[in-house]
Design a protein around this ligand. Structure first.
Ligand code: PAF
Length: 278
């Protein structure tokens, strides 16, 4: 695996790779099996697999969150090398932002709900970094986890908006054996918080089984109340949304695929998850 820190070198190396497909997995490091599943899929579908590790400051609306974000570069390098990655791009901040990125993106209603509503500027920062990385790597395909359901919708919108010829591939959520969705932030949980966290998955799973017996509003309240019974957990939102517009659904009979999306805080850590309801 080549480890590259400079854009010019990355582009030189990529230009020597010939005509095959380039697959790209952007990450912020602190890698887990969820990331590795993206890498594996990328490797089966593309000739060259490029992974980036860059903790992007512009997508953190809370400076403490940026400071505390887990960083495990040596372990990440080992994992990616073992997974058969061809190129790891690990730029320094000045390489990506030689000057401030003042671009402002608008995604209509997609970023005014859920994470967008609670983390002002977050998706603008995601759009800034993902577009910069797409410009640098110029991949044919890029792989993102479905755990970040809203991020995936916004990246698809970004690709349409900026006219990139890149296929965006969403990959299924990876879970621990107790159901907790894998996330780099899980490393920040205390043992008590970690023990409580699978309640999020279990409650949503039970809620799927109840959807014929409850209205959307009743079900949202049921999920929220049940998770909040756990003193370690506090639901920020649980909402059933249309999978394309991300707007809240109020009736099971509305057309379109419906996903339950949730954010729960436990101490200073926010956990997000989602599940298909119909
Ligand atoms: O999902 C992430 O890890 C990040 O938001 C991404 C897409 C790598 C952009 O920094």
């Amino acid at each position: 695996m080549k480890i590259i820190r400079e854009t010019s070198e990355l582009q030189k190396v990529l230009s020597c790779e010939g005509n095959g497909t380039t697959g790209f997995v952007p990450t912020m490091g602190a890698l887990h099996d969820g990331h590795i599943s993206l890498v594996k899929k990328c490797r089966t579908e593309c000739n060259v697999t490029v992974v980036s590790i860059f903790v992007n400051p512009t997508q953190f609306n809370d400076p403490d969150d940026l400071k505390n974000y887990p960083r495990t570069p040596e372990k990440d390098i080992e994992l990616l090398d073992k997974a058969g990655v061809d190129i790891l791009f690990m730029p320094e901040i000045g390489e990506i932002y030689p000057e401030e990125d003042t671009r402002v993106f608008s995604f209509g209603q997609l970023d005014t709900v859920m994470e967008g509503e609670r983390r002002p500027g977050h998706f603008n920062g995601v759009a800034q970094i993902v577009s910069k990385l797409f410009d640098i790597v110029q991949p044919d395909r890029a792989y993102f986890g479905e755990k970040d359901f809203q991020q995936l919708a916004i990246i698809r919108a970004l690709v349409r908006k900026l006219g990139y010829d890149i296929e965006i591939i969403g990959c299924p959520i990876k879970r621990d054996s107790d159901g907790l969705a894998l996330s780099s932030r899980n490393a920040l949980l205390t043992p008590e918080q970690r023990a409580a966290a699978p309640d999020i998955y279990k409650t949503m799973r039970d809620a799927v089984g109840l959807k014929d017996k409850k209205t959307v509003a009743e079900l949202c309240k049921w999920v929220t109340d049940r998770i909040n019974e756990n003193p370690q957990l506090e639901v920020e939102y649980f909402t059933i949304v249309d999978s394309l517009t991300l707007q809240p659904v109020s009736d099971w009979n509305e057309e379109g695929e419906k996903y339950g999306c949730i954010a729960v805080s436990t101490g200073n850590v926010r956990l997000i998850d989602n599940m298909k309801f119909s």
